[in-house]
Design a protein. Sequence first.
Length: 171
Amino acid sequence: MRIVAVLGYSGSGKTTTIEHLTSELVSRGMKVGVVKHIHGEHTLFDYSKDTGRFVKSGANPVVGVAQDGLHLFLAGEDLERALMLVRNSSPDYLFVEGFSTHTLLRGVDVMCVVCAKTEDEAVELIEKHTTRSIVCVTGVLAINSKKNEIRGIPILTIPDDTCKLIQLISR
């Protein structure tokens, strides 16, 4: 399993990048997992509906079975547990959005994609993560930039360069 951390601030293009990578990889027959850091009080459950009411009442775990798949809630869990759960489904690729400073994502086997809105933001993120394997810069910046690289790291435009990015994360 290849783990790719997608780093960037809100609105920088992280979700769009993961969405295009996932679609392309799945079309090639690959299995893709995603772990997303959800900030604040946001939840996937509507607490006024049955499944959300079970969560609110303290049930743990709660699994909702729907036509589109299983919806799992585990209280008090963290990235380590999420990675273990995803690994059990044996994806070829695992994209992690968020958790940029988590020690579990600092291994040499974790590649990083930086998503940024501006060149200054990209430089800040590159400098913040100098010890990590950053394969490219993309996001909102790539759409507006006339540059091909920042600090020796290629700038790729998604969706146009999705296949190039797949080549970089597949090495």
